[in-house]
Design a protein around this ligand. Structure first.
Ligand code: PLP
Length: 418
């Protein structure tokens, strides 16, 4: 395979291509093919952008119809039929049944970090306070506002400016003996804490980039109560783990809580098309027209795909499929992977799982990723020192492919551990 065009002309900032050195050409369902015809089972799924798999027929058909009918492709944030259809479907089939029917839907710009920026701006504007609390280990995006709440050192080094107006507290898994909700309450109430009252708390209910750390239901409920008690907003970042990844459409459903603001991106665009949403309680709808503007706040193809994706999610009962698949994955990790070495830890929920090699040394995960890739499987790393192998199959992956992918992972680990 010839990579010279990329290596000579593309910026050094390129990243995933270094780990997965192939020139990709086509894809279907859970499978990607490169220009040489080699197939890869996709356990990375565009970092969560391909929950419905590659080129799903249900979505592709609607996109082709739309393009062939000369459907409008760009319209800023003007009213279009495609946007109207998406809003109606999402409102009726996703928000309403979950008691979120009165929440406002904002289109902030096409990427996840755009949605986070909008959420942060809105929270600060609504509460007239500048501090936002984030959790250590979090990832919220790479633009400056979101980056201030993103924790990994490497990402933050690129900022070039001070990353201010944030306060990081330990995530619940970091010090099991420390009540981190109580700790935050003390920071807010102690007049000697040296901490200004925050506008909001932002969190992922399962940290993905943080190393697949599933937050306990009780923690999420208590954080909701704390925010209510001290008039702070709770923002949930569902960008990577929303759209069914954890077994429910929104990840916070399992805790029975409602955030004040939540953000979605990645798989909401159906088949990898760029789209983001910042969704919030109606009383927070205090923007003036155009106050958070942008040229690409209405990708019409993404609206078409996203509308079809909602039908796919409900029609295929993907929540039930994920529950069944979750058992296959967790049983495999418990019975086939953990026995390979007593120092291996596994954790996860739904269709996002981590195999933690921290205790085995820093080079193990990259070597396992390399072995997997050679054997025809794409999976990424996450967590501190990138020591966690992250498994994120498409929600539509059939049982045979799921098991084949897990088998490749087992063989790869065995090859690395000798
Ligand atoms: C939880 C979370 N928030 C925000 C983002 C940023 O999204 P984007 O890369 O589309 O800007 C990501 C991306 O991985 C993410 O995982």
């Amino acid at each position: 395979m010839d990579f010279s065009v990329f290596e000579e002309h593309e910026s050094c900032v390129r990243s995933y291509c270094r780990k997965f050195p192939a020139v990709l050409k086509s894809s279907k369902g859970a499978i990607i093919k490169d220009v040489d015809g080699k197939e890869y089972i996709d356990f990375f799924c565009g970092a969560g952008a391909l929950n419905y798999g590659h080129n799903p027929d249900e979505i592709k058909k609607k996109l082709i119809e739309y393009i062939e009918g000369d459907g409008i492709l760009h319209a800023l944030d003007m009213y279009t039929e495609a946007k109207g259809n998406f809003i109606s479907k999402f409102q009726k089939d996703i928000l309403e049944p979950r008691g979120l029917g009165d929440y406002k839907i904002m289109f902030p710009g096409p990427t996840g970090t755009n949605a986070v920026e909008a959420a942060l701006k809105l929270a600060r504007k609504a509460k007239k306070r500048n501090t936002v609390v984030g959790l250590m280990g979090a990832f919220h995006g790479m633009t400056l506002g979101a980056l201030a709440l993103t924790c990994d050192k490497e990402s933050r080094l690129g900022a070039g400016v001070m990353l201010n107006d944030v306060l990081h507290i330990p995530a619940p898994y970091m010090f099991p003996e420390l009540d981190t909700v109580k700790y935050l309450e003390t920071l807010i109430t102690d007049d000697h804490s040296g901490t200004p009252k925050p506008a909001a708390v932002i969190l992922e209910t399962t940290q993905a980039e943080g190393g697949i750390e599933v937050f306990p239901v009780d923690y999420l409920k208590r954080m909701r109560e704390l925010c209510d008690k001290y008039d702070m907003l709770l923002i949930v970042d569902d960008i990577q783990i929303g759209c069914g990844r954890t077994g429910t459409f929104f990840s916070f459903e399992r805790a029975g809580i409602k955030p004040d603001i939540f953000v979605l991106s990645k798989s909401i665009g159906g088949c990898g098309l760029p789209m983001s949403l910042t969704i919030y309680k109606p009383e927070l709808d205090i923007w003036s027209p155009g106050e958070h503007n942008g040229t690409f706040r209405g990708n019409q193809l993404a609206f078409v795909a996203a509308t079809a994706a909602v039908d796919m999610y409900n029609g295929m009962k993907l929540d039930e499929r994920v529950k069944a698949g979750e058992k296959i994955i967790s049983d495999f990790l418990e019975n086939e992977i953990k026995p390979l070495d007593s120092r291996i830890e596994v954790r996860g929920i739904g269709y996002i799982w981590g195999i933690d090699f921290s205790a085995l040394g820093e080079d193990v995960t990259p070597r396992v990723i390399h072995e997997c890739f050679d054997r025809g499987l794409i999976a990424e790393s996450a967590g501190r020192k990138n020591a966690v192998l992250k498994l994120m199959p498409a929600l539509i992956t059939d049982e045979e492919t799921l098991k084949k992918g897990l088998g490749i992972i087992k063989d790869s680990i065995k090859a690395v551990l000798g």
